[in-house]
Design a protein around this ligand. Structure first.
Ligand SMILES: [Mn+2]
Length: 262
C-alpha cells in the first residue's frame, strides 16, 4: 500500500454501466491517504433516471469509502452536476464524509488550491441543460462503442492503449476550443481568490499544468481513462494513469465488467 498525503478523484459515475468500478477498487487498495477529496459526479443521478446499473463492485466502493472515513481518513465530497441533488445536503455529513459546495486545500508546501467539480464554469452545462444532457447520452454511447473496440483490439492482438472517447474529445477540443475555455474560467476563479491553483473534474480530461502562473489540475474520470491525482508528502502532485498502468495486465477486465454490471 502506497501512502500519500491526499487523493483527488472525480467523475466516477457510480450507477452507470461505464463506471470502471473494479479498476477504481484496485486503485483504492493500492493507495492510502490522509485526505481524500471526491470532486463531483461520483454518483450519476442523471443516468440513473434513465436506467440504473449498480454492480457489487460499486457497492464495495461506497463501503470502502465509508470505512476509510470512519477510520480517520478525512473525506470531503463536493457534488457535481450529475449528483447535484446532493447539493441540497451541503454542510451535512454522509457517514463520516463531509458534503461541501467547494473547498480550499492547503498543500504541504503552503500552496492553496480551490477544489470544485467545475460544471459552474462550463457554459453549456450551466446555460444549455438540454444540450448537456444530449451530449451526456452521446458520450455514454461513445464509451460503450469504445468497450467494444477494446475487446476487438484485444481479440485481434492490436496492442497499445487507445480510447475513442479520448480521441473524440481531443478532436472536439481543437474544433470547439472545448466549450468556451473551461480551463481559463476555473483558473480565473482561483486567481480572483488569490489562490495558487485549482483542482477540478467535470470534463473527463486529466491534467496537471501551469496556466498563466497558476496550476490547473484535473482528476479525469473513471468511466474511460481511469485517472487520479495524488499529493505526495513532499508536496509533489502526480497524475496516476491507472487505465494505462493496468492495460497490459488485466486483459480480460473489460469483458468481466460487462458481464458483472449487466
Ligand atoms: Mn460533471
Amino acid at each position: 500500500m502506497l501512502k500519500v498525503r491526499s487523493i483527488f478523484l472525480s467523475d466516477i459515475h457510480l450507477g452507470t454501466r461505464a463506471c470502471q468500478a473494479d479498476r477504481l477498487l484496485a486503485f483504492l487498495r493500492a493507495y492510502e491517504s490522509e485526505h481524500l477529496f471526491l470532486l463531483g459526479d461520483i454518483v450519476d443521478f442523471w443516468s440513473m433516471s434513465r436506467s440504473i446499473q449498480w454492480s457489487q463492485s460499486q457497492n464495495t466502493i461506497i463501503q470502502k469509502l465509508l470505512r476509510r472515513a470512519r477510520h480517520g481518513e478525512r473525506i470531503v465530497f463536493i457534488p457535481g452536476n450529475h449528483d447535484e441533488v446532493l447539493r441540497d445536503y451541503i454542510g451535512t455529513a454522509f457517514g463520516d464524509i463531509a458534503l461541501q459546495r467547494e473547498h480550499v486545500h492547503t498543500m504541504v508546501d503552503g500552496k492553496r488550491f480551490l477544489l470544485v467539480h467545475g460544471d459552474e464554469f462550463d457554459q453549456v452545462t450551466r446555460y444549455h441543460r438540454s444540450v448537456a444532457v444530449l451530449g451526456d447520452m452521446a458520450y455514454t454511447m461513445l464509451v460503450r462503442i469504445n468497450i467494444f473496440l477494446s475487446w476487438f483490439r484485444r481479440v485481434f492482438h492490436i496492442s497499445g492503449y487507445w480510447s475513442l472517447a479520448g480521441y473524440a474529445k481531443r478532436r472536439m477540443k481543437t474544433a470547439l476550443q472545448f466549450v468556451f475555455d473551461f480551463e481559463g474560467a476555473v483558473i480565473h476563479a482561483a486567481r480572483e481568490r488569490n489562490l495558487d491553483g485549482v483542482i477540478c473534474g467535470h470534463i473527463h480530461w486529466a491534467a496537471i499544468r501551469e496556466v498563466d502562473g497558476l496550476t490547473y489540475v484535473n482528476c479525469g474520470d473513471w468511466v474511460d481513462s481511469c485517472t487520479a491525482i495524488v499529493e505526495h508528502f513532499d508536496g509533489r502532485l502526480e497524475l496516476i494513469e491507472w487505465g494505462k498502468a493496468v492495460q497490459a495486465s488485466d486483459s480480460s477486465a473489460i469483458i468481466k465488467e460487462e458481464v458483472c454490471v449487466s
